[in-house]
Design a protein around this ligand. Structure first.
Ligand SMILES: [Zn+2]
Length: 183
């Protein structure tokens, strides 16, 4: 399991020990939390880590049993001891999940909008009333009087309007059957 870290930045600094060796210690600032590595890196190490992290996850830090990876300008963490290839696969799976969620959210948002992008209006009260009167407060298909719904003959998504002529009363089961037969 790999988790994405937001508000994460790395920097390298010399400390007491690294002054002698000319090496740098890697720090990670995650929000208000600051972590640092026991390992020290040379200037060249740092350059090559940054370069490699563009195409592969690179382990920048290990703190306890937790690893911190930089990959494609993003930061990830895991505590399962994964190697770079595994982290890469997990990140790809993570991105796919997010893409799927995003397309689902877009579908829901689109269903709430008319084709021209404006928000779908609810059926005006007077129209509801006329339709109800005309259909006798019962399912127009089977006469049932429970679980009633206003149904658009031409769906709003296809340009159907909230007018008396384009609306009818259907019970839930008839409406679902209609929905299924349209598809
Ligand atoms: Zn019915």
């Amino acid at each position: 399991m790999v988790r994405r870290l937001d508000n994460c930045e790395s920097y390298f600094e010399r400390d007491g020990i690294s002054l002698l060796s000319g090496k740098y210690r890697c720090y990670l600032q995650i929000g208000k939390k600051k972590l640092y590595s026991d390992r020290r890196a040379t200037r060249d190490d740092i350059k090559s880590m940054a370069e490699r992290s563009k195409s592969m996850p690179v382990k920048y830090l290990t703190v306890g049993d937790r690893n911190y990876w930089r990959y494609d300008s993003r930061w990830f963490t895991d505590s399962d001891g994964h190697d770079g290839d595994e982290v890469r696969s997990l990140v790809i799976a993570y991105d796919l999940r997010n893409e799927k969620k995003l397309s689902e959210a877009k579908t829901v948002a689109a269903a709430k909008r008319l084709p021209d992008g404006s928000l779908r209006e609810s059926i005006p009260g007077a129209v509801r009333h006329s339709v109800w009167e005309r259909d006798g407060g019962a399912c127009r298909s089977c006469g049932n009087k429970s679980e009633l719904q206003y149904d658009h003959l031409i769906p709003v998504s296809m340009g159907g309007a909230n007018t008396v002529d384009n609306l009818q009363i259907l019970c839930g089961p008839c409406n679902r059957r209609k929905g299924a037969s349209v598809v």
